[in-house]
Design a protein around this ligand. Structure first.
Ligand SMILES: Nc1ncnc2c1ncn2[C@@H]1O[C@H](COP(=O)(O)OP(=O)(O)OP(=O)(O)O)[C@@H](O)[C@H]1O
Ligand SMILES: [Mg+2]
Length: 361
């Protein structure tokens, strides 16, 4: 038994009947008790993976192991999984209490009504829906229905909890509140959880680690901060963090990186950040707006096109080297539309990508 591989997926593939390859050779593992976020854009295969873990869908090939044992041929009901579906899937004709205790009073290991009610009460307390016990789902808010769905998924005390975009129907404030509650709850119960979302901020805030997918392939499987600081490739860099990174076409020669309007000496870059020896040629230099800073002797001389307020900061927009570029500046800095400014990039925070998206610096 290896607690670092409580859930293990090896070379998993799913080709749907229509020939669409939704999952292409995916391997990952989840540590016991961790909350791992599966992140990625719509259609990248997140639900397909959860359904294969739950046994609702058969893999085309590959292995799924729980606690070291293959479950590919194990019936869904014997996999000890709790599943919170995206649409909650509550039973409309039952009360909240009846919904939560339902899994306990069906099947071959069913409990007596009194016992089932006792366990249901415990999870209703944990999810703070005790007062709603006699309500029907139709009378509840999205957030309340969501708690009922979580209580119902936990009531059998499963070993693994799967949650498919459980917060997508809630308003922004409720999402923030409930995501913290979900993390606290799964940590207090100690259940290993896979949480699907397409919201990078949600994933960064609650995931012990994040697995980012695109087009059925894992792009990065890592701690949250590494997606920001050390993205594997261009897709990751754009998906996580400030989504717009400024892209300059540069030509690498022996000693320098040359764009149309500026030159960076290779010696000024942090040698340790180069991932490999770079052949001379064309690359894309990208930098996040927060790493473009005003500096009196900065090498980017630009005119401010526009300034946009976002929370505590302002986005200063300028055009440089035919690139629509951005910098984040404090509210206090006295700058206005049309001003001439000098900016510089934090060279230990820029990224260099090959034309096919591999990050090399
Ligand atoms: N039954 C099916 N038959 C054929 N293709 C399917 C089927 N179900 C899903 N797909 C396709 O497989 C891909 C992955 O679908 P999936 O539902 O896993 O994506 P997702 O990441 O959960 O997306 P979303 O964020 O929109 O829920 C999509 O391109 C989808 O169109
Ligand atoms: Mg989905």
């Amino acid at each position: 038994m290896d607690n670092n591989k409580f859930v293990e997926v090896k070379n998993l593939r799913k080709v749907y009947d229509n020939g669409h390859e939704a999952i292409k050779n995916v391997s990952f593992s989840v540590k016991k008790g961790d909350l791992v976020c599966l992140l990625g854009p719509s259609g990248c295969g997140k639900t397909t993976i959860l359904n294969m873990l739950a046994g609702l869908l058969n893999p085309t090939s590959g292995e799924i192991l729980f606690d070291g044992k293959s479950v590919v041929n194990v019936e869904p009901k014997d996999r000890h999984i709790g599943y919170v579906f995206q649409n909650y899937a509550l039973y409309p004709h039952m009360t909240v209490l009846q919904n939560v205790m339902f899994p306990l009073i069906v099947g071959k290991n069913k409990k007596s009504k009194a016992e089932a009610e006792k366990v249901a009460q415990k999870y209703m307390e944990l999810t703070q829906i005790t007062e709603l016990a006699d309500q029907k789902p139709g009378n509840l808010s999205g957030g309340q229905q969501q708690r009922v769905a979580i209580a119902r998924a936990l009531v059998q005390e499963p070993k693994i909890l799967l949650m498919d975009e459980p917060l997508s129907n809630l308003d922004a404030r409720l999402r923030l509140k409930i995501r913290e509650e979900i993390r606290a709850l799964v940590k207090s119960v100690g259940i290993t959880t896979l949480f699907v979302t397409h919201d990078q901020e949600e994933a960064l805030s609650i995931g012990d680690k994040i697995i980012l997918f695109n087009d059925g392939i894992i792009q990065q499987d890592d701690l949250g901060q590494n997606f920001y600081l050390e993205p594997n490739n261009y897709f990751v860099a754009n998906f996580v963090g400030n989504p717009v990174i400024d892209n300059f076409k540069v030509t690498k020669t022996e000693n320098e990186l040359k764009a149309n309007d500026f030159t960076i000496q290779l010696a000024d870059l942090k040698q340790a950040r180069f991932k490999r020896e770079l052949p001379d040629g064309e690359y894309t230099l990208s930098v996040r707006p927060e790493n473009v800073v005003l500096a009196p002797d900065g090498f980017l001389h630009a005119t401010v096109d526009d300034i946009e307020l976002i929370g505590r900061e302002r986005v200063l927009k300028f055009t440089y080297d035919n690139v629509q570029a951005r910098s984040l500046i404090d509210l206090e800095v006295p700058i206005k539309h049309g001003d001439q400014v000098n900016l510089t990039m934090k060279l230990d925070r820029v990224f260099l990508f090959t034309p096919d998206g591999e990050r090399v610096y």
